[in-house]
Design a protein around this ligand. Structure first.
Ligand code: PEP
Ligand code: MG
Length: 578
């Protein structure tokens, strides 16, 4: 049994067979072959070895011509490994006697070899592990025909293990079959993490390298509550996790009874609980949990994973779909927040994409694309209580520019006689420290505000939200971040501008009392968090929360703050403390 510590990004437990995707996204779908297919499978392996051998020979010749024998030697070594009779005997044995598929046999055998190299304390030999993995990939590519298997085409339950999953790959995971996933890289605030939570798939990211230690089909445990990945678990551990998973279900069922009850504190202060969504189908999750509305619709997901750029009608249909499902409850549509790790528009080419042309900056630079979205938003605004929000606003001029484009699009629609809500409420995300420092100017310019703690944390601490190397620094509990949140809530309260928090922090019950104590009365959270946040609200008084917040604001580091919040939460609702 091997336990790996990663970063817990989506709660829940999963026990299931591994589907291993390496950097190139191969999966090893079949473990076994039928007895009467063994000869054909051996022939397939033969062909794959021959094809891989020819490829390596071609590479060797090309490199020999360009760089000489010294560099070509590495390919000779690869050929030697590939054609090693001992390897061939081992693979044949697995296929003949254990009826493994050639893919599975290749993966098992070569990953075992790689592991042996890796465990020897010699940098030279550790490097050889990469050569073995290279051969594995080459063979798999030949066996699987070079396809990148679509994760959406699964037919049996699995736990996905990958080097990395992009937000759109994560979004395409089929919830029916993907019980959980773990990735070697990734950080706590990345969009892969956010999408996993939205899909309610237990997930752990940033474990560091482990894919060579596991083969497809092996049993793996994902503990999304504690950030653990357990390879080759023993019977006792499996039994423990199966029991815990059942307990989780019972707890969730108990919380479901809160659905019809309002989120009010013990001293009768009504709290608004809104849902965050990435796709229209997630509206159902919000309704199931009794959300008061949609506080954040991340529309950039219309672009991610789409083959073509969405046109006005595609935008409109998505928004109309959400509006119709929400039956007049508020829906905040955020204009596209593309760029940085959410990709598109060549963000990869930027040297420092999070500080580059992303989000509203990108929209203001690509006016036709921005206008297309705004037209669709305005057309959908007659279908209910739709509100529009601009992301990543850093300066007042930027906000005014965005509002001017909106006014211009309104004029166009007017001329065309297309109906829309002239009094559309317009808000902004507060997620750049500059916006907090200038908040007194912004409160006069918008109808509402939403604090994006994911980016606010990243920009305040200069710590990439999706980089595991700085995950310890990236904490919304840092007093610097809390001070900014406090300033924003106070300034909005002073002016009477409605404000909520829609970053991941607001769905984490560790922070509910603190945010209430800082004066927050609206939370926009991942739908699955609504029942637990509501439970906390219904258990506390605002005076009690204010006292807690005053104590927290006197502490000087994130670790002490988290420990204190954990202690306080465990006093009132110990079952919520993981
Ligand atoms: C945030 O930054 O907190 C936020 C809610 O927006 P996103 O996570 O989409 O950047
Ligand atoms: Mg953001």
């Amino acid at each position: 049994m091997q336990k790996l510590q990663g970063i817990a990004v989506s709660p829940g437990l999963a026990v299931g067979e591994a589907l291993v995707m390496d950097n190139e996204g191969f999966r090893i779908p079949r473990r076994f072959v039928a007895r009467d297919a063994v000869e054909d499978e051996l022939e397939r392996l033969d062909q794959a070895i021959r094809a891989a051998g020819s490829e390596i020979e071609r590479n060797r010749e090309a490199i020999f011509r360009e760089l000489g024998d010294q560099y070509a030697a590495v390919f000779s070594a690869h050929l030697q490994m590939l054609r090693d009779p001992a390897l061939r005997t081992e693979l044949d044995g697995m296929i003949r006697e254990r009826h493994y598929s050639p893919e599975y046999a290749v993966s098992r055998a070569l990953r075992r070899y790689a592991k042996v190299f890796q465990t020897i304390e010699s940098a030279y030999l550790a490097e050889r592990a990469n050569d073995v993995i290279d051969i594995e990939k080459r063979l798999l590519r030949n066996l699987l025909g070079c396809r990148r298997e679509e994760l959406s085409h699964l037919i049996s339950p699995v736990v996905v293990l990958a080097h990395n999953l992009t937000p759109s790959e994560t979004a395409s995971l089929n919830r029916e079959f993907v019980r959980g996933f773990a990735t070697e890289i990734g950080g706590p605030g990345g969009h892969t993490a956010i999408v996993a939570e939205g899909l309610e798939i237990p997930a752990v990211v940033g474990t560091g390298p482990f894919l060579t230690d596991v083969s497809g089909g092996e049993l793996v445990i994902i503990d999304g509550d504690h950030g653990l990945v357990i390879l080759q678990p023993d019977e006792e551990t499996i039994a423990h996790y199966r029991y815990e998973a059942e307990q989780n279900k019972t707890r969730a069922a108990r919380l479901e009874t809160l659905r019809e009850l309002p989120a009010v504190t013990v001293d009768n202060v009504r709290i608004e609980l809104l849902g965050n969504i990435e796709f229209p189908h997630e509206v159902a999750h919000c309704i199931e949990r009794g959300a008061d509305g949609i506080g954040l619709y991340r529309t950039e997901f219309l672009y991610l994973g789409a083959d073509t750029e969405p046109d006005e009608q595609v935008h409109y249909e998505a928004y109309a779909n959400v509006m119709r499902q929400m039956h007049g409850s508020p829906v905040v549509i955020r204009s596209c927040d593309l760029g940085a790790e959410k990709m598109a528009f060549d963000a990869e080419a930027a040297r420092n994409p999070t500080l580059g042309l992303r989000s509203i900056r990108l929209s203001l630079k690509n006016l036709p694309v921005f206008r297309t979205q705004l037209r669709a938003v305005l057309r959908a605004s007659v279908l209910g209580d739709l509100r529009l929000m601009f992301p990543l606003i850093a300066t007042v001029l930027e906000l005014r520019q965005a509002k001017m484009v909106l006014a211009d699009v309104m004029e166009d629609l007017d001329e065309e006689g297309v109906p829309f809500n002239r009094d559309l409420k317009v808000g902004m995300m507060v997620e750049v420290p500059a916006a907090v420092l200038m908040i007194d100017r912004f409160v006069d310019e918008v109808d509402f505000m939403s604090i994006g703690t994911n980016d606010l944390t990243q920009y305040t601490l200069a710590a990439d939200r999706s980089n595991k190397e700085v995950a310890a620094l990236y904490s919304s509990a840092d007093p610097s971040v809390l001070r900014l949140i406090c300033i924003a809530i106070e300034a909005a309260g002073h002016k009477g501008t409605p404000i909520n928090v829609c970053g991941q922090m607001s769905g984490n019950t560790l922070y509910t009392m603190l945010l209430l104590g800082l004066g927050l009365r609206r939370f926009s959270v991942t739908p699955s968090s609504i029942p637990e946040v509501k439970k906390v609200c219904r258990t506390v008084t605002t005076a009690q929360c204010q006292e807690l917040a005053a104590h927290v604001m006197g502490l000087e580091n994130a670790r002490d703050i988290k420990n204190y919040l954990r202690e306080e939460l465990s006093k009132i609702l110990p079952e919520l403390v993981t």
